[in-house]
Design a protein around this ligand. Structure first.
Ligand SMILES: Nc1ncnc2c1ncn2[C@@H]1O[C@H](COP(=O)(O)OP(=O)(O)OP(=O)(O)O)[C@@H](O)[C@H]1O
Ligand SMILES: [Mg+2]
Length: 430
């Protein structure tokens, strides 16, 4: 005789039912905030677990994982209480004992954090906030053995939420959605619904979450529209990460080094560029963000380690008001110059000019730099138009360090600018 247990699942709303019923191997769901994405997918996960499958749910924040876990836990409350299923609260696991049949939830935002599991149904919630490699490098391979299924869930990324994304390309989720829409093989299916299509969320609750949203964010986060326009706020649009991001290589020792500095007790930062002396292209090869608490002498010891064996041509940084900080570096053999251009907007324009000419390359492991580059944006006005103010301007330390040093260089004829100096230092270096 087999024992039977009560399973308590919520009744899906219409839109949830659609993606639960779909038999596509790849599903991508674009839906508004509070529209029922997480609860809906927890219903699907529970059903698939009951069919004997191994389900892995991942989301970049613990809040989402807990929301999902709560649903799952309630669903299987009785069989777990009666020890017919094994449950581990800290690991967020429910398992049919001594089988591969398992349901697990974890926080993951990139390849490394997802690694170490396998599944035959993989769910990536808040996909727009994860790095692309979560899927390419780890997610897809983990499904290969069992020809598993995948579900991607996202809310269109708006500036309202951009700050926490781990994505290199802020539009990777919309791009995947568009590709999925074009698929004619039946492998992919797309789903789209707004927050208001969740009958369980009240008008009051919706008003509460939308009251400080711009019109544009409302269209993205509530109506779940993919609108490229939101990224008209992106400052360095001309930076093409598909071309300009490269695997790391050893910088030849005759290349010249340029360093940008951003001061600040809690978050000092520096960015190191090396210039290829034949092409004059600049390669960002080191990002320095040690956190607070170090003396100028300690910073400089690190700078010297980073640049050992190379000729440092220029060190530039700080605003006009920060002369004192600059002076504190000089006695230790690291003189830093005030930027030639004092104002932020023309400094940014200089960096833009470098990007437009394709003169800046970045090593692919410069994670913080790439993150800042992909998120550094103008504040948008209520109509969604960019202003000339930087969104969260105090938090982009590497962008600050970069504009200081690059505004001191000339993108077009940088060769001419430095050639006389190259000649004068080479004999000395020998
Ligand atoms: N089928 C359902 N039955 C009852 N309540 C539901 C159902 N689906 C969603 N809800 C309720 O609606 C609210 C939002 O659901 P959920 O957390 O799944 O949305 P979400 O789209 O994942 O939200 P967020 O954008 O905040 O991650 C929750 O209070 C949830 O309990
Ligand atoms: Mg959710």
């Amino acid at each position: 005789m087999t024992d039977s247990y009560q399973i308590h699942m919520r009744t899906p709303h219409t839109k949830q039912q659609e993606f639960i019923d779909s038999t596509a191997k790849r599903k991508i769901i674009r839906a508004g905030r509070r529209s029922g994405k997480t609860v809906g997918i927890a219903i699907l996960a529970g059903q698939e677990f009951l069919k004997g499958r191994r389900v892995l749910y991942a989301a970049p924040t613990i809040e989402q994982v807990e929301a999902f876990w709560y649903e799952v836990k309630m669903t299987f409350a009785e069989p777990t209480a009666r020890k017919a299923l094994y449950k581990n609260e800290t690991e967020h696991v429910i398992e049919r004992i001594n089988t591969q049949n398992r349901l697990k939830a974890k926080t993951a935002w990139n390849a490394d954090t997802l690694r170490g599991d396998y599944a035959d149904l993989l769910i990536l919630d808040e996909w727009q906030l994860m790095a692309e490699d979560t899927w390419d490098v780890v997610g897809a391979p983990m499904l290969m053995d069992n020809d598993g299924d995948a579900v991607f869930i996202y809310t269109p990324p708006s500036l309202h939420s951009s700050g926490v994304s781990k994505a290199r390309d802020p539009l990777h989720a919309p791009k995947m959605f568009r590709k999925a829409e074009l698929d004619e093989t039946g492998r992919w299916e797309t789903f789209h619904f707004a927050s208001s299509e969740n009958p369980h969320i009240s008008v009051d609750a919706l008003t509460e979450i939308t009251h400080d949203m711009s019109q544009l964010s409302y269209r993205q986060e509530i109506l779940a529209e993919d609108i490229d326009e939101s990224w008209k706020g992106l400052i360095y649009k001309a930076f093409d990460s598909t071309v300009q991001v490269l695997p790391r290589f050893v910088i030849p020792d005759n290349w010249l080094v340029y360093v940008g500095h951003d001061f600040g007790g809690a978050n000092p930062a520096a960015i190191f560029f090396a210039k290829d002396i034949t092409t004059s292209d600049l390669y960002a090869f080191h990002e320095y963000l040690p956190g607070g608490g170090r003396t100028p002498k300690q910073h400089i010891d690190s700078f010297k380690d980073i640049t050992r064996g190379y000729h440092v041509m220029k060190r530039v940084g700080g605003s006009h008001q920060e002369e004192e900080v600059r002076l504190s570096y000089s006695p230790h053999g690291w003189p830093i110059k005030e930027p030639l251009i004092r104002h932020v907007l023309p400094q940014i324009e200089k960096v833009q000019a470098f990007h437009e000419r394709g003169r800046i390359f970045v090593f692919e492991d410069m994670f913080r730099y790439l993150f800042e580059k992909a998120n550094y944006s103008w504040k948008l006005d209520p109509q969604g138009q960019p202003t000339d103010e930087i969104q969260d301007k105090a938090k982009w330390h590497l962008m600050d360090a970069e504009r200081y040093i690059l505004s001191d260089l000339i993108p077009v004829d940088i060769v001419h600018e430095t050639s006389s100096r190259i000649q004068s230092f080479i004999p000395m270096a020998r």
